[in-house]
Design a protein around this ligand. Sequence first.
Ligand code: ADP
Length: 363
Amino acid sequence: MKFNLGVKLLISYLVIVMTGVFALSLTASIFAPAALDRHIAEMQSMGQSAALVADLHRNFRAAVNAILVISTSVAMLAAGAVSAFVTRRILDPIRQMKTASRLIAEGDYQQRVKVYEEDELGELARTFNQMAERLAHTEERRMELIGNVAHELRTPLSSVGVLMEGLVDGVLPQEPATYISVQREVARLQRLVDDLQELSRAEAGQLHLDLQPVNPIVLVERTADKLRPQFADKSVSLVLHLPERTPQLDLDPDRFTQILINIMGNALQYTPEGGRVTVTADTQAGAFRLRIADTGIGLRLADQQAIFERFYRVEKSRARTGGGSGVGLTIARYLVEMHGGHIHAESAGLGHGSTFVVSLPLT
Ligand code: ADP
């Protein structure tokens, strides 16, 4: 049989009342007659009649029974009232949580419950509200991400659309330059999709590091060598001031290289022709510190933190022509933090260059 909480509480109170009544009548039936018999024996020794004694016996039993019936009824009424009160106090918050969780499951993430008291139920209500808060936040980020992704995909897709339309209509010539433009937009889409996949893995905590003791300087030099042709193409000089000896760090070499490519690639992208990018490294206060300084366009104070947020670009149109998706630094920050490190940007302001500092704990 299925009882609700209120009925269960009432039954438990009634069981307690009935146990009390049973114990009371049992003890009364054991002790009271003995006391009465002692009293009657004394009365008989004083010469009272047998009829009078029997009447006394009867009256006494009737009185005890009446007392038991009245007190049982009062106790049962009290049990009903108390259980109704307690049930309300327990059930009201539970009912609220039930309704709120149903509404949340239907997509209304703004539902919260009232915290009535500082007891276990209050604690449960507070935890419930925290859970609702987190769900609302996650949903907000999800919607924001979908909006951003749609926005990011629109530009290259419409470029491809326009180019293809031009080709079909014969407005654009069927020559390599036109196809290269299409190819460039497709490559941009590919990069964006790759970045998004990487970002979603990082945000879901699904990126795994293959840590091994490595010399970070070797990786910096190797990455610099790889990027040198691009620096040369844009006439930006790349200067390394690296110490001879550095303690080995527990790093994932591929991921660390990815961090370097993101930051050094940005330094190149946001530094005009004739500029310089300088990479220095030192070890202090238990950390290996890498500084990548450029003589490029610089950053306003307000942007120095925001650029690590996903899809944040200081100047949307400029970054878009440059092909940036606005998630490179977000991924770099995730990767640095997964290594137990920290990344930040410094700049004396627009036109004064920027410096990106990566600190990683020594093994
Ligand atoms: P993007 O792919 O757009 O470069 P990032 O996440 O790598 O995305 O960078 C975010 C934004 O930070 C860039 O759009 C740019 O506005 C700014 N930024 C990054 N690096 C530099 C730099 N070295 N100098 C100036 N601005 C930079």
